[in-house]
Write a new protein. Structure first.
Length: 327
């Protein structure tokens, strides 16, 4: 119903623009013919200005109509997408003093364990199509061992048809699973207890395979894309209500009630209810941009610090020299 309402508004706007252009063209021809018979050879400046304004307004209407159509098309077209989050936690059993470390034995499920890690990998079908036969292979460090595996939720629906894939070429640091079917908005979490070698910084990778075109995207990236789309939509609605409709009222005073109602409707239905979301999305995007900039600067400092030679003596805080100069 919402899509039909949007399409109706677009069609109405395009038809109004076409009718106004046709009406202006007919009036221009009529004035030209009348002027020719009366000895007038050129249109007045007001007529030229009105023609320019109508052309600009028609261009805006066409742009907005194309934007709305593209947005509706993008939302309605089939999309297979999985959003994922990847987290790795260390220090499950806490820190142990070095002088007593050799005297303590730790068991997990009855097996000796040291330097354990907790790996979490959550996925969600954030597309609008069911995803079938999705394979995911998890790969940890070569010298690590998978001690335990469980899932979230603990009880997995039979329709998901989650199965472990066993292959001879998979090592003890790898696991592979196949998801039979995953409906939109369905979630599934993988949990691993990993044992690594002493003082090892563990990490893991995932490898996805599907005959269909399924895209994997980080949860943070998907949220950023949704927030950008929300900000763009809000600004377009503000442009329509505060600029386009008032301009149309000035050009076509006989339709002032129609444009006034349209402006109030956009404010009441599309702007005010989404104001809080717009503010939150804007704040999140700005904070994310600042965080990325800060991370880039930290990486630059880290790269500088890891160089083979840095002459600290060349750094100075004197106002007579350029600050931060160094070799």
């Amino acid at each position: 119903m919402n899509k039909i309402f949007k399409l109706s508004l677009i069609s109405l706007a395009v038809c109004l623009g076409s009718q106004f252009l046709s009406l202006d063209s007919s009036n221009a021809q009529l004035v030209s013919q009348t002027g020719a018979s009366a000895g007038q050879s050129a249109p007045t400046s007001n007529e030229l200005l009105n023609g320019i304004i109508i052309a600009v307004v028609s261009g805006i209407i066409g742009f907005l109509a194309s934007l709305f159509i593209e947005r509706i098309k993008k939302k309605s077209e089939p999309r297979k997408q999985i959003s994922y989050s990847k987290i790795l936690k260390s220090g499950i059993i806490g820190n142990i003093e070095k002088d007593i470390e050799s005297k303590i034995g730790i068991l997990y499920n009855g097996k000796p364990a040291q330097n354990m890690f907790y790996a979490l990998f959550d996925i969600e079908n954030t597309g609008n199509q069911q995803i079938k036969n999705q394979e995911i292979r998890f790969e940890f460090s070569d010298n690590s061992e998978i001690l335990d595996i469980f899932f979230c939720p603990k009880k997995i629906e039979p329709e998901i048809d989650l199965k472990e894939v066993t292959q001879a070429n998979l090592g003890k640091h790898e696991k592979k699973y196949k998801i039979g079917a995953m409906k939109p908005k369905e979630k599934l979490g993988f949990r691993f207890i990993i044992q690594g070698s002493k003082d090892q910084s563990l990490d893991f990778n995932y490898h996805a395979k599907n005959d269909d075109d399924v895209s994997f995207i980080k949860v943070e990236d998907r949220k950023s894309l949704d927030e950008i789309e929300q900000v763009k939509s809000f600004l377009v609605n503000c442009l329509i209500a505060s600029v386009l409709f008032p301009l149309m009222k000035e050009i076509f005073p006989f339709l002032e009630p129609l444009f006034s109602i349209g402006s109030l409707a956009v404010f009441g239905l599309l702007i005010l209810p989404r104001l809080e979301g717009f503010i939150k999305s804007t704040v999140n995007l700005i904070s994310t941009a600042f965080k990325e900039k800060s991370d880039m600067q930290s990486q630059r400092i880290e790269i500088m610090g890891s160089g083979h030679s840095i002459n600290v003596g060349n750094f100075t805080t004197s106002s007579s020299q350029n600050e931060g100069q160094g070799t």
